[in-house]
Design a protein around this ligand. Structure first.
Ligand code: NDP
Length: 234
C-alpha cells in the first residue's frame, strides 16, 4: 500500500533525492520548498517557508486531507549563512535559526497528531556532522543542528508509546549546491574523509528510506552519521 511521505526542502539536493526515492517505491510524496519545485511524480508540491508556522500547519492539514495520515516526514529544509561568529550579523544568525530549527519544529509538530492518531510514523531529521566537528564559520548552523538532535531525543521519548520513531541522519560532506559554497573548505574536509570521496545525495536518501521502513522499527532517538567516516568517534 502507498504511504504518505512529506519531504521538506524537496526542490533540490538531498531533499529532492529523498523525495525521488520514495516516489520510485510507489509512495505518495508531499514535497515542500520555497520555490515549489519538486520531482516529477510528487503527489503534492507546495511552495512555503518552513519557518512560517501558519503556512506549515495549513499545508499539512491540506496534505493529510488529500493523501491521508503521514507515515513519515523527512525534515530536510536547511540553509547556511557562514561567517566568523565575531562578525556574524543578527540577520545571518536569525535566518539560519528560523529555517533550520524553528522550521524543523513547526514541520514536525504539524504532522504529529496524524501520526499519534494512526499509532505509527517515522520522523527523520536531516542534521549534520558540523556540531561534532566544530567547523569554523558555522556557529549559527552548528547550533541549529545540535538543537535538532536535542529536539529529536526529547520528542522520541514523548511519542515512543504511540509507535512513532524519531531519528536524525547526520550527513557529512554531500555533493549539493550547499557544499559548492564551501570553496577551499570543501577540499579540506574531503581530505579528512576515510572513505576518500564526497557523499552522493543517494547515500542519504537510502538511509532515510530505511528509517521510514519496518526494518528500522526498533531504532529511535538516535543519530546516524552518513559521512564516509568523517566524524568517526561521535
Ligand atoms: P540545498 O541548498 O541543495 O537544498 C536546500 C533545500 O531546502 C532546497 O530544496 C530549498 O528549497 C529548501 N529550503 C531552504 N530554505 C527553506 C525554507 N525556509 N522553507 C522551505 N524550504 C527551504 O541543500 P542540501 O540538499 O545540501 O541540504 C539539505 C539538508 O541537509 C539541510 O538541512 C542541510 O543542512 C543538510 N546537510 C547537508 C550537507 C551537505 O553536505 N550538502 C551536510 C550536512 C547536512 P528552496 O530554495 O526552493 O526553498
Amino acid at each position: 500500500m502507498s504511504r504518505h511521505i512529506i519531504v521538506t526542502g524537496a526542490s533540490r539536493g538531498i531533499g529532492r533525492a529523498v523525495a525521488q526515492r520514495f516516489i520510485d517505491a510507489g509512495d505518495n510524496v508531499t514535497a515542500w520548498s520555497r520555490s515549489g519545485d519538486a520531482p516529477e511524480g510528487s503527489a503534492i508540491s507546495a511552495s512555503l517557508d518552513v519557518a512560517d508556522s501558519v503556512a506549515v500547519s495549513e499545508a499539512a492539514k491540506s496534505a493529510i486531507e488529500k493523501l491521508g495520515p503521514v507515515s513519515a516526514i523527512v525534515v530536510n529544509a536547511g540553509v547556511t549563512r557562514d561567517g566568523l561568529a565575531m562578525r556574524m550579523s543578527d540577520e545571518q544568525w536569525h535566518e539560519v535559526v528560523r529555517t533550520n530549527l524553528d522550521g524543523a519544529f513547526f514541520c514536525t509538530r504539524s504532522v504529529l497528531p496524524s501520526m499519534v492518531k494512526n499509532r505509527s510514523g517515522s520522523v527523520i531529521f536531516i542534521g549534520s556532522v558540523s556540531p561534532f566537528l566544530g567547523v569554523p564559520g558555522q556557529a549559527n548552523y552548528a547550533a541549529t543542528k545540535a538543537g535538532v538532535m536535542g529536539l529529536a531525543r526529547s520528542l522520541s521519548s514523548e511519542v515512543a508509546s504511540r509507535g512513532i520513531t524519531v531519528n536524525v541522519i547526520a550527513p557529512g560532506l554531500i555533493d549539493t549546491d550547499m557544499t559548492m559554497e564551501l570553496g577551499e573548505g570543501r577540499d579540506a574536509l574531503l581530505s579528512r574523509i576515510p572513505l576518500g570521496r564526497i557523499g552522493n545525495v543517494s547515500d542519504i536518501a537510502g538511509c532515510a528510506f530505511f528509517l521510514a521502513s519496518d526494518d528500522s522499527r526498533y531504532i529511535t532517538g538516535t543519530v546516524i552519521r552518513v559521512d564516509g567516516g568523517l566524524a568517526m568517534g561521535w
